[in-house]
Design a protein around this ligand. Structure first.
Ligand code: ARG
Length: 313
């Protein structure tokens, strides 16, 4: 178990988290260490909670079938070791994820993973069980304004080599409509990411779960999101393309990126508001998780266009 997760952690670092570490290093580099010193974890001084997404719970078999696991075949000998990011099934042919999860995949010499070695699994709860639907990938479309230095427009659409008809896709918020973005509302994040809290600028160790986990987070206001990530006068969150969500001791973490931030839709099924993108540490006091804002007109319409749907004016 620990061997496996260590192996995977190494791989994850080469890939998906590489860009994030660069961003976070950039933030820490930009500010004197004192300004961003770890403020201490909630778990400090008390017994650590059982392993979680960070602060979440295990997902029962078959729940959230739209949740996708992104796999690199060369990254390991089973899907637990191969998984490096999350995603969500948004149509029979399409999986939404973060740009930073897939911007190292392709057939250029500087790519880390060849497209033919990339797989997507949906409908699976326990990574190494082998159930659900596994697909090769036809193409990856990254938002044209994706910026790995600032993490603006962290969205990409994966077109599967064959459709998935038996799993109900998650719905997406309407581009240009922020009606669901009320501060204080509750949203679920899910995935197979690290369950151990990470202090700002430090390491809290790794424990990657085999079973999907979920956590309920509350949405922050745009002002809170800007304030949390304004360090020494520099602001690292971008109102138009990012949302913040969190709760004391609860957060997404490395390996959850690309996965959905969603809630039950009044019309049935689930509706997705954000994509897990980045954060300083994980469940570190004062630093909520940052999610790609799907109500952004450019991001939302980009996704609709990839799905062959009509963009919203
Ligand atoms: N960037 C991470 C990944 O690649 C997810 C980070 C989420 N971090 C957070 N503190 N919410 O998996």
């Amino acid at each position: 178990m620990f061997k496996g997760s260590d192996r995977r952690a190494r791989r994850t670092r080469w890939g998906a988290t590489l860009a994030v570490s660069t961003l976070v290093l950039g933030i820490f580099g930009a500010a004197p260490a004192a300004a961003v010193a770890p403020e201490g974890l909630q778990a400090e001084g008390g017994p650590l909670p059982a392993p979680r997404i960070v602060g979440g719970t295990a997902v029962p078999n078959g729940k959230y079938k739209f949740q996708a696991a992104l796999l690199g075949v060369p990254f390991g000998s089973d899907d637990y070791q191969r998984q490096f990011c999350g995603g969500s099934l948004i149509s029979p042919w399409h999986v939404l994820t973060a740009a930073h999860c897939v911007d190292f995949i392709g057939d250029d010499s500087d790519d880390i993973l060849a497209l033919e070695d990339f797989r997507v699994v949906v409908g699976r709860t326990v990574l190494q069980w082998g159930n659900g639907v596994r697909r090769s990938v036809d193409r990856i479309d990254i938002h044209p304004d994706w910026d790995p230095d600032t993490f603006k427009f962290d969205a990409a659409v994966i077109t599967l080599a064959a459709p998935v008809y038996l799993i109900k896709p998650v719905k997406l918020v309407t581009p240009g409509t922020d009606a669901l973005e009320r501060p204080g509302t509750e949203w679920v994040a899910s995935g197979w990411g690290n369950t151990l809290a990470q202090p700002a600028g430090g390491t809290g160790g790794t424990n990657y779960p085999h079973r999907m986990r979920e956590v309920t987070l509350s949405l922050l206001s745009a002002t809170e999101c800007l304030n949390a990530y304004t360090i020494e006068g520099d602001t690292y969150t971008h109102k138009a393309t990012m949302l913040c969500a969190g709760r004391t001791g609860k957060d997404t973490c490395q390996g959850d990126s690309g996965g959905p931030l969603f809630q039950k839709a009044v019309t049935g099924g689930y509706i997705q508001l954000g994509v897990t993108s980045w954060g300083i540490g994980c469940a570190a006091t004062g630093y909520p998780g940052v999610y790609t804002r799907l109500s952004n007109r450019s991001i939302g319409n980009f996704i609709l266009e990839q799905m062959g749907e009509v963009p919203v004016q």
